[in-house]
Design a binder for this molecule. Structure first.
Ligand SMILES: Cc1cc2nc3c(=O)[nH]c(=O)nc-3n(C[C@H](O)[C@H](O)[C@H](O)COP(=O)(O)O)c2cc1C
Length: 199
């Protein structure tokens, strides 16, 4: 089994990466592989709602091209979306990316467990977690829960290292995700009743 993580920070070795690694190492101890997909620092195009993906199944924008990520997502069994907190919300970077991913290929995620991870200097992790959780709840994805809000604190990875409670919360996300992945009994949901004029 394999969990695909997204680092919504431009920093590949920053606080969010450190938090994701703690979840990942717990998954490894549970016999589950993980990979962190780095969004990096290049500009990420926002969804414009053009609707082209509704006809072709593919987002027309190439910055970045979603193909590589979607190939990984198709093979993945679970997901962790990590973000730094910017003004008490997830980074614009991860929202632009996930809007395009889910609008063009949401079916790849259906029924697979997900968890949000947020990193902040001081506050805003709860609001950010709420936003990321909505990608899961609209896609019948069970949410891997933890023992406190899904956040670590710090401005650098070294400071996150000192947030022992935050890191414990991350490890418990890993245990919770492993438990969901090993449990075969998932809800069977109805599909095919989309009301186009509402969404
Ligand atoms: C534009 C911007 C806005 C931020 N807003 C907040 C905030 O609302 N609350 C907070 O606690 N930290 C805030 N921070 C600090 C980051 O969330 C924090 O340093 C985070 O751990 C950085 O993660 P990273 O190293 O993975 O990028 C902000 C940082 C930036 C650059």
């Amino acid at each position: 089994m394999r969990v695909l993580m997204v680092n919504g920070s431009a920093k590949a070795s920053g606080c969010t990466a450190r938090a994701l690694r703690e979840v990942g190492e717990t998954l490894q101890k549970e016999g589950i592989e993980y990979e962190i997909y780095q969004l990096g620092g290049d500009p990420i195009k926002d969804c414009t709602g053009c609707g082209a993906c509704r006809k072709t199944g593919k987002c027309i924008f190439k910055d970045p091209d979603l193909t590589e990520f979607l190939e990984k997502a198709e093979k993945a069994d679970g997901f962790v979306f990590g973000t730094p907190v910017y003004y008490a919300h997830p980074s614009g970077r991860i929202l632009s990316f996930l809007d395009r991913v889910f609008y063009s290929a949401g079916s790849l995620f259906k029924g697979k467990p997900g968890a949000a991870v947020c990193s902040c200097r001081r506050a805003g992790e709860v609001c950010s977690m709420d936003v990321l959780n909505k990608y899961f709840t609209i896609n019948a994805m069970p949410i891997a829960s933890s023992t406190y809000w899904n956040g670590v604190h710090g401005s650098t990875a070294e400071q996150v290292e000192m947030d022992t409670e935050g890191l414990q919360t991350m490890r418990n996300i890993g245990h919770s995700m492993a438990n969901l992945l090993k449990n075969e009994n998932r809800a069977v949901m109805e599909t095919g009743n989309r009301t186009d004029f509402i969404r």
